[in-house]
Design a protein around this ligand. Structure first.
Ligand SMILES: N[C@@H](CCC(=O)N[C@@H](CS)C(=O)NCC(=O)O)C(=O)O
Length: 204
């Protein structure tokens, strides 16, 4: 398989899952500063111009973080990345979606790309501030979820890879203070060999 990624982008969460699984794969780096996601070489593969993009062994392309994460978990059942237990599975998918669709797409997207939310530059500070409110509220909710647990649902799951990347953005990229259980979760994630090898491969 091939993972199209950009260093430090949300694709880092899928990169972590591939390293947890430990099967061979190839990394394909896109330089966002050079707008390589919009170049025809890439839009031929993923017209959405987004990472993560996974090209599977049969050449078919899978996009969207939750779909890729669930696919990797389901095709590698021995790694137990999506709990079998129905309640744990539902909670893992709930947290995964919250990290991606709310904390990332509504919170951090406003902070990183205010221009996508308002063409008026004078409004960009207000857009960033609203994004910060959304991500902070998201972390506060995840902090309660993590109380008394090492990982989001107890056992390690795909939800942890999603929460990891938004925590990484908050603490490491934007130097924001995470609430205590989220900070401990991020530290726990960084202690995992798979996360260490991902961070190294992406140049962190
Ligand atoms: N809904 C998508 C979001 C993916 C996404 O927003 N990726 C960002 C990087 S974190 C991206 O590729 N941005 C490139 C661009 O919009 O130009 C998913 O779940 O995979």
């Amino acid at each position: 398989m091939e993972l199209y990624y950009s260093p430090g982008a949300c694709s880092i969460g899928i990169h972590v899952l591939l390293d947890e699984i430990g099967k061979p794969y190839q990394l394909k780096k896109l330089n966002f500063a050079n707008r390589e996601q919009y170049a025809p070489e890439f839009t031929r593969i993923n017209p959405k111009s987004k990472v993560p993009t996974l090209v599977r062994d049969d050449g078919s392309v899978l996009t969207e973080f939750p779909a890729i994460a669930a696919y990797l978990a389901r095709t590698n059942p021995d790694k137990h990345l999506l709990p079998e237990d129905v309640e744990h599975q539902a909670r893992a998918l709930e947290a995964l979606d919250y990290a991606v669709a709310t904390i990332h797409m509504q919170g951090f997207s406003r902070q990183f790309r205010p221009g996508n939310f308002s063409p008026n530059e004078a409004e960009h500070e207000a857009v960033r501030a609203r994004g910060r409110e959304i991500s902070d509220r998201g972390f506060a909710i995840m902090d309660k979820t993590l109380d008394g647990k090492e990982y989001v649902v107890g056992p390690y799951s795909i939800a942890d890879a999603a929460l990891f990347y938004v925590e990484f953005w908050g603490q490491d990229r934007l130097k924001q203070q995470l609430p205590p259980h989220c900070a401990a979760h991020l530290a726990r994630m960084k202690a995992r060999p798979a996360v260490q090898s991902t961070l190294k491969a992406e140049g962190f």
